[in-house]
Design a protein around this ligand. Structure first.
Ligand SMILES: Nc1nc2c(ncn2[C@@H]2O[C@H](COP(=O)(O)OP(=O)(O)OP(=O)(O)O)[C@@H](O)[C@H]2O)c(=O)[nH]1
Ligand SMILES: [Mg+2]
Length: 303
């Protein structure tokens, strides 16, 4: 009998480093939303990957940055919490951006926190740079922190990802699997559905607006005809934001919910009727209930 292994691997890094892209690739399905904008992921999202006799539970975390608002503070706290609870940590650094002030701060924090777990370095987006710059970057980063191992990857193209997965499969502790073998995520469906809509909003809306809204799934009904009706509320802080999301003659919200619906149908493998309503709630960023729905701890945002 071969002994099984299982453990949690936290993916941390600056916003936009490619953490969610890597999680999705490791899991082989889109369980965490991805956009070209920073601060897309807001809470800890777990995805499960199997490698031989090992079960690796990847924990996608919000990007680490200097928080300003309550929501930002709660996000950063969730990210460090994800790292603290994990058996292993993978720090993602963008190859073409190198050692930014943000990366420096994360490395300092890792050292200050004295994390007991091994930390692997994954230099991501290597498809964007020439090979020769990678060596210098690897050396520089390794002179600043004692990484257990360095990987050069492209989460998007899949380069180097198998090596990383195999190494993690070796390193996770011996023990029984934590999830059924066929489970890929442990996020409630209503939250995945809300995240999909938030991704479409983020892709479509400009500047600050994506950071000023949240999406909640209000109702979910699996109908006898095999379709599903999903009702969602998009909370915004200002009247003007509602107008922008609705668009002229409701065009914008229509396009957004259409894109979200198509993805939901693919995910659920059934027909979906999606109804999105926009509600103005000037104070939603200070409401504990909203944080609970996002999977964040409201009190983490206390100053
Ligand atoms: N060229 C290239 N782009 C990548 C790679 N990995 C991720 N990206 C892109 O980088 C952007 C950010 O990716 P995400 O996975 O959302 O990054 P994240 O670290 O989860 O970001 P936050 O959730 O905001 O912290 C997206 O546009 C991705 O398509 C890569 O290996 N190469
Ligand atoms: Mg993300």
């Amino acid at each position: 009998m071969t002994a099984t292994k299982a453990g949690f691997v936290a993916l941390i890094g600056e916003p936009n480093a490619g953490k969610s892209t890597l999680l999705n690739r490791m899991v082989g399905a889109k369980v965490s939303i991805v956009t070209h904008k920073v601060q897309t992921t807001r809470a800890r999202i777990r995805g499960v990957a199997m490698e031989g006799d090992s079960q690796i539970v990847f924990v996608d975390t919000p990007g680490l940055f200097r928080p300003r608002r309550r929501l930002d503070r709660a996000m950063v706290a969730a990210a460090w919490g994800g790292a603290a609870d994990a058996d292993l940590i993978v720090l993602l650094v963008e190859a073409h951006r190198g050692i930014t002030a943000g990366v420096e701060r994360i490395i300092e924090s890792l050292a200050e926190r004295g994390t007991a777990q091994p930390v692997a370095l994954a230099i991501n987006k290597i498809d964007r740079v020439e090979a020769k710059t990678l060596l210098a970057l690897t050396e520089d980063l390794n002179s600043r922190f004692k990484f257990a191992k360095t990987f050069m990857i492209s989460a998007e193209k899949g380069y180097g990802v198998d090596d990383l997965r195999q190494w993690l499969a070796e390193e996770v502790p011996k023990g029984p699997w934590l999830y059924p073998e066929d489970q890929i995520a442990d996020l409630p469906m209503r939250m995945i559905a809300a995240e999909i809509t938030r991704e479409k909003l983020t892709l479509r809306l400009h500047q600050e607006l994506p950071y000023q809204l949240t999406v909640e799934t209000e109702a979910w009904e699996d109908r006898p005809d095999g379709s599903t009706r999903i009702d969602q509320i998009i909370y915004v802080a200002r009247d003007g934001h509602k107008g922008i999301i609705l668009g002229k003659g409701g065009e914008t919200i229509k396009a957004i919910s259409q894109a979200a619906r198509l993805e939901l149908e693919e995910f659920l493998e059934r027909r979906v009727h999606l109804f999105c309503q926009v509600k103005v709630r000037p104070n939603w960023l200070e409401e504990a209930e909203r944080y609970g729905e996002m999977g964040l701890d409201f009190r983490d945002g206390d100053l």
